[in-house]
Design a protein around this ligand. Structure first.
Ligand code: ADP
Ligand code: MG
Length: 465
């Protein structure tokens, strides 16, 4: 195969990835297809590369058939595709270097999960305790988190470091800490000799500053650099903290160079974190960056089912659906709502019904409501589609304004508890049947058009965030 790829094949790939992007949606596209590179074509075989083995395996498992078909459609001489691993960045210890054997340091805790009592030692002192509920078994997997989950499992089960670092990011309460603890529990259980350190970035910073003050940075460095797996949660906290970043950068490099695993989390992607040094950003981008998306109704329902099962309580389906529909902000809040409903029922000795649920949670439901107003929705949607807010109320029927208006009505129905007539009134005094039609139409379009569905989802996320 020749080294570069001729321009023609690049153009073909652009078209193919454009088609796939519409099919699988923006998020999946960004995670999987954008990092792929076309290496060339020879003898009817197109060679493409993925930056890590993990990504290669995922693309092969999920998209190979589709890719083959699309390549065939673009270029009839293509008989098959070959996906190879070719790292984009230089990251020692990635994809191939063995995970280091047990370090000289004693493990944090050799007992299995939930033991809660560990021998006091240095490592335990620098790490933070793990929540016994935060295991893989208790993590409900759905579309919004399947990628992050798969990546976390891969790190936990790997014999060799599959990618470095694993960078998990997503909004508050979506399961980042849960997944990190799950990795730690899994490794501790399977390889008790492995030194796993988990702590928040805040704590890392605090320890570092204390070491500086006590002129004890040598110990500090040694402690962290003895980790086989180092996990630092919420790294956005070190944004703008120059000296902590400096130290973190050196620790990071030292560990990666020794083939140790690093797992990080933040509320934004490395590129979007402000106040982070460029070289640190690019280092963070060298591993696998996995986004946890906002929950969907199905995932929320799944989580409620799992939690009520853990609590050993049967909750009427209607109540669970109601909660999944109405508490959409994050999983932490959803869990809190469920706990309140259960606690109340046990306390007063009554069954859980839709009525008692609404009663017990009325403040929370109101707060969830108040978060998004129809005005907010109209503003955001107009901005997104580049139309005037006034067109939300106007009688104009041109598709270019009618469609955004329908999207806004749809979101108003989904995100607020306003009735159809109330929503109609807010849109220039339209009839409730118009709103109903809009909701149906948008639902239909979401089914048919992946790009449109992504748009609506994006708007919803912006409004809820
Ligand atoms: P983050 O660190 O992203 O802010 P957490 O990991 O602390 O969020 O999650 C908040 C709560 O929601 C935890 O109690 C966690 O167990 C729960 N949670 C989040 N996602 C899931 C999930 N997919 N399945 C089960 N529980 C989840
Ligand atoms: Mg967290």
């Amino acid at each position: 195969m020749s080294g570069g790829s001729p321009p023609q094949i690049d153009t073909q790939w652009k078209r193919i990835s454009g088609l796939l992007r519409a099919e699988i949606g923006e998020a999946a596209y960004r995670s999987w297809l954008r990092p792929m590179t076309v290496r060339g074509e020879r003898g009817g075989m197109v060679t493409m590369s993925a930056p890590t083995r993990f990504m290669r395996d995922w693309v092969v498992a999920h998209y190979a058939d589709r890719l083959r078909a699309l390549w065939g459609g673009e270029n009839p001489s293509v008989q098959g595709i070959d996906i190879v691993v070719q790292p984009n960045c230089f990251a020692p210890g990635t994809d191939g270097a063995p995970m280091s054997p047990a370090s000289a340091q004693p493990p944090v805790r050799s007992a299995a999960r939930g033991a809660g009592v560990g021998s006091e030692n240095d490592l335990q002192d620098i790490g933070a305790p793990l929540d016994p509920r935060f295991t893989f078994e208790h993590f409900v997997v759905g579309k919004p988190n399947e990628f992050a989950y798969a990546a976390a499992r891969r790190v936990a089960e790997a014999i060799r470091v599959p990618f470095n670092p694993l960078f998990l990011y997503g909004g508050v309460g979506l399961g980042k800490t849960h997944l990190m603890h799950a990795i730690a529990w899994h490794i501790r259980q399977r390889k008790p000799e492995c030194a796993v350190i988990y702590l928040s970035a805040e704590k890392f910073m605090y320890r570092f500053i204390r070491a500086l003050r006590e002129q004890n940075t040598v110990d500090f460095k040694e402690q962290f650099r003895s980790a086989d797996v180092l996990m630092i949660d919420d790294v956005q906290f070190i944004s703008g903290k120059e000296s902590t970043q400096e130290e973190f950068f050196h620790t990071f490099n030292a560990l990666v160079d020794q083939g140790r695993q690093i797992v990080l989390s933040a509320d934004k992607s490395p590129s979007d974190l402000e106040g982070l040094q460029e070289r640190l950003k690019s280092r963070l981008n060298c591993g696998l960056v996995a986004d946890i998306h906002a929950t969907t109704f199905e995932l929320r329902l799944g989580i409620l089912e799992s939690k009520s099962e853990q609590l050993g309580i049967t909750i009427p389906r209607k109540v669970m659906e109601f909660l999944a529909h109405r508490i959409t902000s994050n999983v932490r809040e959803l869990e809190g709502a469920l706990n309140r409903v259960v606690a109340h029922a046990q306390l007063v000795g009554r069954d859980i019904t839709l009525e008692t649920t609404q009663e017990v949670l009325h403040d929370l439901l109101r707060a969830n409501d108040r978060r998004v107003t129809i005005d907010d929705i109209q503003k955001q949607v107009s901005q997104h589609f580049n139309i005037r807010v006034a067109d939300m109320h106007s009688a104009r029927r041109a598709r270019s304004v009618a469609r955004p208006r329908q999207v806004a009505m749809y979101l108003a129905k989904q995100l607020t508890s306003r009735s159809l007539p109330e929503i109609g009134r807010k849109f220039g005094g339209r009839d409730h049947t118009t709103v109903m039609h809009a909701v149906r139409k948008v639902d239909e379009l979401r089914e048919q058009d992946a790009a449109f569905a992504e748009d609506v989802e994006l708007l919803r996320r912006m409004l809820e965030g």
